[in-house]
Design a protein around this ligand. Structure first.
Ligand SMILES: [Fe+2]
Ligand SMILES: [Fe+2]
Length: 331
């Protein structure tokens, strides 16, 4: 039986289960081991194993423990509760007591899953579910913009379209909050987050074998890749999405300041702030992700690479990127 008497290390070992969190668990079978603090002996002991059946009396008792603030779960079980909470993201706005890496992981899991669902079936309902969770993230960082510092620490190295989309969003959001000093409207954060998530939407129309060899393309393959811009635009048009910020991200993330980008070969001033920002976030996230043709590079290398390419990437934004990566909470 786990024991603990010191309140400081109590919160290191355990996470308090509030009535809200308890209400989100399946009534009869909580997904994690439940622990109860007994003030008479000053100890915390296990009350129920995760997945075990809880009687009706047990439920009443557990609800009372939660009300009294002495119901806990083990932080060690955080994979299980992160997965659970990622499906009920709204709780992140009312709950305190999560550690930064837990918050980061819960948001990451939620957005990756919503994004994967949307890529799988790009319909209004899956977009709505994605938009709902994005709004919760936007609200979360809008309340306290410094929170974005730890969101960028969860960048995943596995490469698939959903992971790439979420990585790009987290970096882009961090850049924008730094750029604006956090003085920003929530609706803009939501639009930008969606634009960053959807930037490569049209890639679902590009055959996977072509996507995977992006660096060694013959001309025909390159044209096929470049068509992801138009394909994505058509897909969002069919969904009735007209938000200009979302469209700017989708249309301009491959444009480069020196006119070497695509699809319109725009120059410098003709590329919007959101387009430049999406270009930096997208390229960074592509460099650090594991691709079939190269392994994931160190984030510091990726930052150096982009800073060294001031002809194509906005130097003000790559300098901010260096700051954002320095400020990450990595413990
Ligand atoms: Fe792209
Ligand atoms: Fe991309």
């Amino acid at each position: 039986m786990a024991e603990n008497t010191d309140p400081g290390s109590l919160s290191e070992t355990y996470l308090q289960i509030s009535p809200n969190i308890l209400a989100s668990f399946p009534k009869f079978r909580p997904p994690v081991d439940l622990y109860v603090f007994d003030p008479a002996v000053g100890r915390t002991g296990r009350y129920l194993r995760g997945g075990e059946r809880l009687s009706r009396e047990g439920q009443t008792e557990v609800a009372r423990f939660a009300e009294e603030g002495r119901l806990f779960l083990l932080r060690e079980d955080y994979r299980v509760y992160a997965e659970h909470l990622s499906k009920r993201l709204g709780l992140m706005l009312v709950e305190e007591g999560f550690l930064p890496q837990e918050v980061a992981e819960i948001f990451f899991l939620a957005l990756r899953d919503r994004m994967a669902d949307f890529l799988d079936q790009p319909r209004e309902d899956t977009f709505e579910a994605l938009r709902r969770d994005v709004s919760i993230l936007a609200e979360y960082v809008w309340i306290d913009p410094s929170r974005v510092a730890f969101l960028t620490h969860t960048l995943e190295r596995d490469y698939d379209l959903a992971v790439h989309a979420v990585n790009t969003m987290l970096i882009g959001l961090a850049l924008y909050l730094r750029l604006t000093g956090g003085k920003v409207e929530k609706t803009v954060l939501i639009s930008l987050s969606l634009g960053l998530l959807l930037h490569d939407l049209g890639m679902v129309m590009v055959p996977r074998f072509i996507r995977d060899k992006e660096q060694f393309l013959v001309r025909r393959d390159r044209e096929s890749i470049e068509r992801h811009i138009e394909a994505g635009r058509n897909m969002v048009r069919r969904l009735g999405i007209q938000d200009p910020i979302i469209l700017e991200c989708m249309e301009q993330h491959h444009e480069r300041l020196d006119g070497s980008g695509y699809p319109e070969r725009r120059f410098d001033k003709d590329i919007s702030t959101m387009g430049r920002l999406c270009a930096v976030a997208d390229s960074f996230s592509a460099i650090v992700g594991d691709r079939p043709y190269h392994s994931a590079r160190d984030t510091a290398d990726a930052v150096r690479l982009l800073i060294g390419d001031g002809r194509r990437y906005d130097p003000a934004l790559t300098a901010l990127l260096a700051r954002v990566m320095d400020e990450r909470v990595t413990e």
